[in-house]
Design a protein around this ligand. Sequence first.
Ligand code: NAD
Ligand code: GLY
Length: 381
Amino acid sequence: MAETLRRVRVALGAGRGYDVRVGAGALDALGEVTRRAAGEDARRVAVVSNARVFKLYGARALASLRAQRFTVTRWLMPDGERFKTLRTAERALAFLAESEIERGDAVVALGGGVVGDLAGFAAALHLRGVAVVQVPTTLVAQVDASVGGKTAVNTPAGKNLVGVFHQPRAVLADTDTLATLRPRELTSGWCEAVKHGAVGDRELFERTKKFLEEGRDARDDGRRQRLADLVAAHCAFKAKIVAGDEREDSARADARSRRVLNFGHTVGHALEAATRYGRFRHGEAVGYGMLAAAEISFRLGMLARTELESLGEAVRLAGRLPPADGLDPKLILRILRTDKKRRGGRARWVLLEGIGRARVVDGREVPASLVRAATAAALRR
Ligand code: NAD
Ligand code: GLY
């Protein structure tokens, strides 16, 4: 049964915005949340999920929606990043058309970031945009992907290269669903959570670390509540950044721009590409990427050693990362250079001046030899 849900507002200006609701057992409120988000006239809801998630949570989601008199259809996409493609989006669009989803109806995305990104993308395209309610069931999706309206698919040219901004009408995060995640998915999510604190909120950083220090296995009810409080705090952090820079303005490079959320992603993406997306979960690669970016910050004299160590400790607490010491830093550098060319030659690093203080630095200020040495040091950890 759902407890009282925490409410985080994503205020987008000009009266636009939406609520993120977070709580243990929140899934039972899906019907109510969707009714409020879509309005009294909405008749149909199309649920997009995958078999793994639907088997665990589908029945509860459907029962809650039907209790609000919605006619519900569902479609299960194949599980995995490699299915986040235009081809799958086309199948999702066919499903929305067959379900006769009209402009006033809604799509519900029940799953992790892959389902959320793909269903959000399809909802943005169907009839030029219908409401989507994000129901994230992974930690990555609860603290990050479900909030902020980025939707995308991958193409042969790279990850998330085709997409649109389509803000959800509501987000509902049931933190009890995290109990069934595989440990690596939790590690991946905790790395993204560490990132939030590191770039913009020291208090959130320390609080996340403290929660992780208590140990993952503690299962008391107090911890269940603290987890929901912490996830809500991360959503509030993300909401604040998104409210200030909804579409990641490419002209901005200040410490509150959405760009700072890319901390750890430069080397992280290169690691994923170097291993053909087969070795690391995205958050795990970001874990290494954050260590590399912090090491660069330290070697540039921007970041104190104690702060570097504190970040290293937080990443360690997030969970065990797959070994990376066999990877050649020269290959990573080559991939970084190719990426840079693709973006018109202007690489920008998100670095740290301290925990909670990010700075965007022009790539020309970061010598390649330093990147190589810092990356090698980070991968040895
Ligand atoms: P994912 O969606 O692939 O989920 C990971 C695995 O966990 C999958 O096998 C899934 O079926 C399973 N799963 C999901 N919920 C579960 C549950 N409660 N219990 C048991 N198993 C469960 O991966 P992810 O890490 O959630 O998301 C990664 C994706 O999110 C990437 O495509 C990334 O690009 C995207 N992303 C988007 C944004 C954004 O702002 N839109 C932000 C971060 C990440
Ligand atoms: N996950 C980064 C962003 O939403 O901007």
